[in-house]
Ligand binder design. Structure first.
Ligand SMILES: CC(=O)SCCNC(=O)CCNC(=O)[C@H](O)C(C)(C)COP(=O)(O)OP(=O)(O)OC[C@H]1O[C@@H](n2cnc3c(N)ncnc32)[C@H](O)[C@@H]1OP(=O)(O)O
Ligand SMILES: CC(C)C(=O)C(=O)O
Ligand SMILES: [Mg+2]
Length: 516
């Protein structure tokens, strides 16, 4: 591909991104992000607005002094003081750019700048010439271009190029444009401005209508060759076009768009996480490319399809943007294919289809109670299935516990012992103690409790509790396990599992430790 097919990626996370209320970053944090952007091969990093504050000046300066491979840019109003401050901050840059701007829409010129259009053109030209005297690389933006009149835009863009701007940015500052309208604006400018071939046309879209990425891509089709964007779509109000979405759309739909970028895409996820961590702006799970669910599949039909041929439900490879692999989320919509495949990955091979079906049925029961089933849940669940081979003399029919501040906990339990149902009530120092006493009241095993341990198998309050109960009788020790989202039930299951193991081993006159 020729260089005219390359789209320059201009990242403004550190300038427009930082304009998100609450996203201010320290100099050190900005420098960390700039280094990550450089590693990802971002072409231009807008490091800040040097005149905004001494801190912003220092940040732009330290990034300009450090980064070697990306062009470092500072924003400046069309004012001498802003341009001088930007040039000062960029003095140490290997490749620096001054980005100067002035608003061109009637509403901004009249109400904000309080200037006539002729004055705006004159001020823009003056600023660009001043910037060109201090820096070879000058970008000019027509702020609020999306709401500007086309004839006036053509006039100011031509004057800006004549004055020495080599990048002309046409921002949709307030996110008002619709893709085909914005594409027409870009192609009309490229066709009508006589010296358009001396500049690269750039776009900078805001997401007020959720169209920032769509508008940017439409502009690329119309001939724009620089896209201004931010990591995670951070930015003023609803944000800017998300870098990761622009880059991956260009890469994935190269067949249609016919352009490419220089971005080393496997860095995308780590940079996204870094920006989210530093700003404290979380990434929503369903966010394209970098959201936790972007490459996750929970539905059985999708999981089955992906396991057979990844492209059935994936248009990009997870690894291409930095994920280790796609993720099969085990949950209530999952099917046997994904269940079997995940067990095999965990090194668990069930002996028969019957065992698999039994484990799968338990899995579906658990999935109805719990949003996501983790690997540890599966391991516990399968070990329950396997230990089902132990003949079960004692079975839990029901358990009810009452626990209230200032009252003694109470358990009402119904057990099936060799098929016969027996009920018992007991009190205890806690609900688990009451449940164990109720079990012993009917089982009368004579065993003593040697160990009781509870583990939350996974994180979250909806996690399964896995309980181990160790019982000893006549020198024989058994470990019973039970898992449930209710830890009192898990405890009773573990106690009964231990009793059943004890019973089975007594029957075989087995002298050793049984159980897991
Ligand atoms: C679309 C964008 O994202 S533009 C960038 C927005 N980012 C920021 O504003 C963040 C950094 N800004 C700041 O720190 C401050 O606003 C500063 C330091 C730049 C200026 O602060 P102040 O001098 O106190 O001015 P204040 O912010 O109140 O008003 C802006 C002034 O700049 C003028 N102005 C706005 N844009 C431009 C421009 N491109 N060129 C020249 N003047 C401009 C306004 O008309 C206004 O002038 P006035 O005070 O004579 O009415
Ligand atoms: C300064 C310019 C490029 C801007 O951020 C905008 O118009 O949104
Ligand atoms: Mg902006």
């Amino acid at each position: 591909m020729s260089s005219s097919d390359r789209v320059i990626i201009f990242d403004t996370t550190l300038r427009d991104g930082e304009q998100s209320p609450g996203a201010s970053m320290t100099k050190e944090e900005k420098l960390r992000i700039a280094k990550a952007l450089e590693r990802m091969r971002v072409d231009v990093i807008e490091a800040g607005f040097a005149i905004a504050s001494p801190g912003d000046f220092d940040a732009v300066k330290s990034i300009a002094d450090t980064i070697q491979d990306s062009t470092i840019c500072s924003l400046a109003r069309a004012l001498d003081a802003d341009i001088e401050r930007a040039a000062e901050a960029l003095a140490g840059a290997n490749s620096g750019r001054i980005h100067t701007f002035i608003a061109t829409s009637p509403i901004h010129m009249q109400h904000k700048l309080r200037m006539q259009p002729d004055q705006v053109v004159e001020q823009a030209v003056r600023a660009i010439k001043k910037a060109r005297n201090l820096c070879a690389d000058v970008e000019f933006s027509c702020e609020d271009a999306g709401r500007s009149e086309i004839d006036f835009l053509c006039r100011i863009v031509e004057a800006a190029i004549d004055a020495g701007a080599r990048t002309i940015n046409i921002p949709d500052t307030v996110g008002y444009a619709i893709p085909h309208e914005y594409a027409n604006l870009i192609s009309e400018l490229i066709n009508r401005v006589p010296n358009a071939d001396k500049a690269i046309f750039s776009v900078h879209c805001h997401n007020d209508l959720g169209l920032a990425v769509a508008n940017s891509l439409a502009a690329v089709v119309a001939g724009a060759r620089q896209v201004e964007c931010t990591i995670n779509g951070l930015g003023e109000r609803a944000g800017n076009a998300a870098l990761e979405e622009i880059v991956m759309a260009i890469k994935t739909r190269q067949d249609l768009l016919g352009v490419h970028t220089n971005i080393d895409t496997p860095h995308i996820l780590s940079v996204s996480r870094m920006v989210s961590g530093i700003t404290g702006f979380p990434v929503q799970p369903n966010k394209a490319i970098v959201g936790a669910n972007a490459f996750a599949h929970e539905s059985g039909i999708h999981q089955d399809g992906v396991l057979k041929h990844r492209e059935t439900y994936e248009i990009m490879a997870a690894e291409d943007v930095g994920w280790h692999a796609n993720k099969m989320v085990m949950g209530k919509h999952s099917g046997r294919s994904a269940f079997r495949s995940r067990l095999l990955e965990l090194g668990i091979e069930l002996a028969s289809e019957t065992e698999l079906n039994a484990a799968f049925a338990r899995f579906k029961d658990l999935a109805d109670k719990k949003h996501e089933i983790f690997d540890e849940d599966l391991q516990a669940l399968v070990s329950e299935t396997l230990s089902e081979e132990t003949p079960e003399m004692y079975k839990l029919v029901s358990l009810e516990v009452a626990s209230k501040t200032g009252e003694v906990p109470h358990a009402h339990l119904v057990l099936s012992i060799d098929g016969k149902e027996v009920a018992a009530d007991e009190q205890g120092s806690g609900p688990v103690d009451a449940a164990f006493k109720a079990i012993e009241k009917v089982a009368q095993s004579g065993a003593t409790l040697q160990l009781y341990s509870v583990n939350a198998i996974t994180q979250g309050t909806d996690s399964q509790g896995e309980v181990t109960v160790r019982l000893e009788r006549g020198g024989r020790i058994v470990n019973g396990n039970g898992a449930d989202t209710d830890i009192v039930i898990a405890s009773a299951k573990a106690y009964l599992n231990a009793l059943n193991l004890m019973q089975a081993s007594t029957a075989k006159a087995h002298p050793q430790v049984d159980g897991v």
